[in-house]
Write a protein that binds this ligand. Structure first.
Ligand SMILES: *Cc1c(COP(=O)(O)O)cnc(C)c1O
Length: 462
């Protein structure tokens, strides 16, 4: 299995190389050269299987010879062993035909654990084999950072630096990043918003001297390994509602477009997905893009769903690549326009493809609060604000097909909003109960590439 860049200007890589690299050297994102499909029989056989069994069937065709069958199966088992629910990704029923896919039973209480725990295992296996040492730098709107730190803390041959926007993550999110005591963990609070963090990270990857000098590796959702791990729960949940014999729809609270793109991959692999709905908060660039056919960047307005406060949605590039029939030159030109002018227009053919594939909707702050309040009455479920954005939008797309909304984080990660909407303070699970007592360790940094590079070099030299 080979991987190609969405900008067609970088060498083809193996799964292992694509995973360790993150961003392609032409600035593009790696995607599989061919998307494998599963047969109806293979999908039907998933009924009643464990999450790990399904994960193996779904991901094995993408891995090539990076790991042996047994090795890969062992990594999957290790990745999900620390989850707090035997089903890993359980479904709850909200209404007669609306289901919630709970993706917050991992160690840091957000869906990011599904990918990060597996990537942690795969990186470790690969580095043990090669004897290499790497520097992971990640940008986070809140949840990727804690999930990455949890997956890589204490590893011998890895330093992990996480850039988060100062003052724009929830207190629980911040404390999850600043309280680990391992010296290979570096939490950096940067001046600016998440898009600034992501932009400086991309600049770091595009500085090849620095990139090669520190052995830079990326674990943001541009990393193909992360998207792949997220494909699995689209299968596990759909199968438990009758797929492949019965189609299902999904609504995905969306920021960087990683999770919803994983749903698109599941569909391309043969899973009968009817509607694939992008749910955005007030930072609705993706919803506007589908409506107008043009992507126009506006400022980010902080919301109660901070992990979705994004205007530059990196993985959208992967969808564009498919929409343009895999023409990497066109994608490169559009991404240059976005960087230079803050906008680009999508061709008629490409926007038609995107509208055939994705539906979209937006939830205002008031609607999100109202949904948290209402859902507690309707089903007894306490939603985090991101999941509530999803439920708000999903309720507009109800049909005879079962709707599955992804619950992307645990309500206890965002207690202020949940308490305001319901009067209830969602308690942290026992393994995190003392989070507010642990001491914090964080470095405040400017939005400045050179200063960050110096800091990283100094820290890893120690
Ligand atoms: C990361 C995140 C999202 C957005 O997911 P993308 O893959 O970036 O679209 C939504 N909700 C929560 C809680 C998140 O952590």
């Amino acid at each position: 299995m080979k991987y190609v860049s969405t900008r067609s200007g970088a060498p083809e890589l193996s799964f292992e190389q694509a995973m360790m690299t993150g961003l392609a050297r032409d600035g593009g994102l790696y995607v599989p050269a061919v998307i494998p499909t599963l047969s109806v029989d293979q999908m039907a056989a998933m009924a009643g299987q464990s999450y790990e069994d399904i994960a193996y069937t779904v991901m094995r065709p993408f891995i090539g010879d990076t790991f042996t069958d047994d090795e890969f199966r062992g990594l999957i088992d290790a990745a999900y062993a620390e989850f707090n629910h035997a089903a890993r990704a359980p479904l709850k029923q909200l209404d007669s035909n609306h289901f919630l896919l709970e993706l917050f039973h991992g160690p840091t209480l957000a869906f990011k654990d599904f990918a990060m725990q597996l990537i942690g295992q795969m990186f470790q296996a690969s580095l043990t084999r090669s004897g290499k040492r790497i520097t992971i730098v990640g940008a986070t709107s809140g949840d990727t950072g804690s999930a990455a730190i949890e997956a890589f803390r204490g590893l011998e041959n890895v330093d992990v630096f996480i850039l988060f926007p100062h003052g724009r993550v929830s207190e629980v999110q911040r404390r999850q990043m600043t309280t680990p005591v391992e010296t290979n963990v570096h939490a950096l609070a940067m001046d600016g918003d998440f898009d600034d963090c992501q932009a400086v990270l991309k600049d770091m990857f595009n500085d090849f001297d620095f990139r090669d000098g520190v052995n830079l590796a990326g674990v943001n959702s541009i990393n193909w390994g992360r998207v792949l791990a997220q494909v699995v729960y689209f299968f596990s949940s759909a199968v438990s509602l009758g797929a492949p014999h019965r189609p299902v729809s999904f609504t995905v609270p969306t920021g960087n477009f990683g999770d919803i793109f994983a749903g698109y991959i599941a569909k391309r692999m043969g899973l009968p997905i009817d509607q694939l709905v992008i749910a955005t908060n007030q930072n609705d660039i993706l919803h506007r893009t589908l409506q107008t056919g043009a992507q126009v960047k506006e400022g980010v307005t902080p919301s109660i769903s901070p992990s979705m406060d994004i205007q530059v949605s990196s993985n959208f590039e992967r969808a564009l690549f498919e929409a343009y029939g895999r023409d990497g030159d066109v994608v490169a030109a559009q991404m240059d326009a976005l960087k230079d002018n803050g906008s680009f227009s999508i061709s008629q053919g490409a926007i038609d493809m995107l509208r055939d594939t994705f539906a979209s909707g937006r939830s205002s702050e008031a609607e999100t609060y109202a949904t948290i309040t209402y859902e507690l009455v309707r089903s007894g479920e306490l939603l985090c604000p991101h999941s509530a954005v999803g439920v708000t939008v999903a309720d507009r797309f109800q049909s005879a097909t079962p709707m599955i909304t992804l619950a992307t984080a645990h309500p206890a990660k965002f207690p202020a909003a949940v308490e305001k909407a319901t009067g209830q303070h969602p308690p942290l699970p026992p393994h995190m109960a003392d989070l507010y007592e642990r001491s914090e360790r964080v470095t405040r940094v400017p939005n400045d590439l050179a200063a960050l590079q110096t800091l990283i070099k100094e820290r890893i030299a120690k």
